[in-house]
Unconditional design. Structure first.
Length: 347
């Protein structure tokens, strides 16, 4: 087991290295003229002279050849020598903790500081929605499988189809219109339409104020997760309940609750573990669509803003974090399989 996990960890280091190549290459292919292309033409006139644009490209380090830019982004530029010595600077590179500085959103501010200012909002939103989804989806999915073809089962199945098919941005906008604006028009208690805390008011910035702002984005995000996870749990449990060892447990006279929780549920959790662990990895990267609709100041919103304004250091750092989280989640899932199902062994 230990040898296998070490081997898998080494393989995933190679995967991460390849992912950095794809991240950097795809971003450059998406905008071949570079992030300064928007400065060249505006209403038929140049915003800056060619010399000024060239100087800005040199300051940002994007005047280098493509391969050299990638290696500098990854390893830093303090190692350059010979014909490349003219590009030498102070960057230490991504792998040594230097994620660069923001080009557009917060000019000159380190990307890592921008992430630190947003990550707790993302953890609060994603953690709350993930916990709520698990606490509701797993029991409902199990009960729906045990009571197959009952009225509750039909209701749960219909709910899952609705939740999976429903776009988050559409549902989020409907919630804002109803609970923020219509409730206010009707004189009912209403929820804030967006942001993390209120900027003005007697309770601005208080715990109650944060909870009010958290309600709508949490519901919008949880509904999608609950729909999918309920369906996965129901399908897995239906398959397990038909197994011979479950029939044998019942034939021995065990209480139905023990049969379900001890014999069926544990084996039925294997596909759900995969889904939930990957979702936990998303806790640190944010929900881009949900945070954008509700103007939630998290990492997902930060990534969207950076992408729209060609802030390459921020965008590449975010995508690299995503890659790291997916790789770590994959390794964690393989370990949890052996915990949930002792029959699984790696060699």
């Amino acid at each position: 087991m230990t040898t296998y996990m070490i081997r898998r960890a080494l393989q995933m280091i190679l995967v991460l290295l390849l992912s950095t190549i794809f991240i950097y290459a795809l971003l450059n292919l998406a905008n071949p003229d570079g992030p300064l292309s928007g400065l060249k033409l505006a209403t038929g006139k140049q915003r800056m002279s060619d010399n000024d644009i060239a100087n800005m490209a040199r300051i940002l380090g994007i005047d280098k050849p493509f391969t050299l830019r990638y290696v500098t982004w990854l390893l830093g530029d303090d190692w350059l020598f010979g014909p490349w010595a003219k590009y030498k600077g102070t960057s230490k590179g991504l792998l040594r903790g230097d994620w660069g500085t923001s080009w557009a959103l917060a000019k000159g501010q380190p990307v890592i500081m921008l992430f630190e200012s947003r990550i707790w909002n993302t953890i609060l939103l994603m953690g709350t929605s993930t916990l709520l989804s698990v606490l509701i989806a797993v029991p409902v999915g199990v009960y729906s499988a045990v009571k197959q073809y009952s009225k509750l089962d039909y209701f749960v199945t219909s709910f899952t189809f609705f939740g999976i098919a429903m776009p988050v941005f559409w549902f989020g906008l409907l919630m804002i219109i109803l609970f923020a604006y219509k409730f206010r028009e009707w004189g009912l208690p209403y929820l804030p339409p967006g942001d993390v805390v209120s900027l003005r008011g007697p309770d601005a910035g208080s715990l109650l104020d944060r909870i009010k702002h958290l309600i709508m984005p949490t519901i919008a995000l949880s509904l999608l997760n609950m729909a999918g996870w309920t369906r996965y749990t129901r399908s897995a449990m239906l398959e397990v309940l038909r197994q011979d060892y479950v029939r044998t447990a019942r034939a021995k006279g065990l209480i139905e609750r023990i049969v379900i929780t001890k014999h069926a549920l544990r084996n039925g959790l294997i596909p759900l573990v995969t889904i939930i662990v990957f979702s936990i990895a998303g806790i640190f990267s944010g929900a881009i669509m949900t945070e954008t609709v509700f103007n939630w100041k998290g990492l997902g919103r930060l990534y969207y803003e950076g992408l729209m304004r060609d802030d390459w250091p921020l965008t590449m750092a975010y995508l690299f974090i995503q890659a790291v989280l997916v790789v770590v989640a994959s390794l964690t899932i393989e370990f949890l399989y052996t915990v949930v199902d002792p029959r699984i062994r790696y060699s």
